[in-house]
Ligand binder design. Structure first.
Ligand code: CA
Ligand code: CA
Length: 295
């Protein structure tokens, strides 16, 4: 019976090294769960070929979050890689292919299926990866989401660094605005937001394009992401704190088939970057945030 069970649960047998039998992959149907490369956190085997088919309840979507990631690096990820698909099979939309040591971004599917594939080649390994997934109901239409600085409307703490990372389903964009902005004023000499500031990045890391940095009572304009991710970072210094900020955002999709930042079909001089194109709400939203002591 054990042999039979192995046949069903073990998608990943190292063909070239018969002595190494790594179990990996499978069908996951829980509301949430953890997956990791074979042998994690020890080095994964060569010639691994694992597939996890994640299926959550109908009308829910899957969010995948990587906790740790270290694979053989190679431009284009041809040797060892993790590939994600927006559906139950590899014929569905490709959500990303990753290798190296940089943690892949959080990924949200557009349906209740996610396929995670891990492959390694014949040599050079790494620690592998560990990730968890969870399912959630897509949000209702025209829902607005909110962020608040810590303790708002009371004064925020000194010496903190807070990150809000907003991820919508692939294909959706984020429109962000700040109804309340009340931070310590800019440095009068340098005219820069040198003390406390809110910065917004057009992606999920501070290496992505900076959309702006604000402080005092400067009201940021409406901001629209190029892709489905935005990062909001609040940094405060050692003294003088104010009420902080509130931010609200909506998600939406473009009317045209042009991707974010692409030219509209037949309109080579128009880029798809206008607020008015936001017409539809995201199927799901993922908002993670944390604060830690500042530098
Ligand atoms: Ca390898
Ligand atoms: Ca301050």
């Amino acid at each position: 019976q054990l042999a039979l069970q192995l046949m069903f649960t073990c998608f990943c047998i190292s063909v070239f090294l018969p002595s190494v039998l790594d179990m990996c992959g499978g069908v996951l149907t829980g509301l949430s769960g953890v997956i990791s490369s074979p042998g994690y956190p020890h080095e994964y085997s060569n010639n691994a070929d694992c597939s996890w088919a994640i299926r959550v309840s109908n009308n829910s979507v899957v969010t995948l979050v990587f906790l740790d990631f270290q694979l053989e690096n190679n431009e284009g990820c041809h040797f060892d890689f993790v590939a994600l698909f927006d559906g139950p099979t590899v014929t569905h939309r490709h959500l990303g292919k990753y290798c190296g040591a940089e943690r892949p971004p959080n990924t949200v599917t557009s349906s209740n299926h996610l396929l995670v594939m891990f492959k390694s080649d014949f040599n050079i390994g790494g620690r592998g990866f560990k990730a968890y997934y969870y399912s959630e109901r897509p949000q209702t239409r025209h829902k607005k989401y909110h962020l608040y600085s810590p303790h708002f409307p009371n004064i925020y703490p000194n010496n903190i660094n807070c990150h809000w990372s907003v991820t919508l389903a692939a294909g959706y964009r984020i429109k962000l605005f700040f109804p309340v902005m009340d931070l310590e004023d800019r440095n009068g000499l340098s005219d820069e937001c040198a003390y406390d500031s809110v910065a917004v990045y057009d992606g999920d890391t501070q290496a992505d394009a900076l959309l702006g940095r604000w402080c005092g009572r400067d009201q940021p304009p409406f901001l629209v992401s190029k892709g489905n991710k935005l990062l909001v970072v609040l940094s405060t210094d050692r003294n003088e704190a104010h009420r902080g900020f509130t931010a609200s955002y909506l998600g939406g999709k473009f009317l045209t088939s042009a991707g974010p930042g692409e030219h509209l079909p037949g309109r080579p001089n128009l880029c798809s970057s206008v607020d008015g194109h936001l017409i539809q709400d995201p199927r799901s939203v993922c908002q993670l945030w944390y604060c830690r002591p500042g530098d």
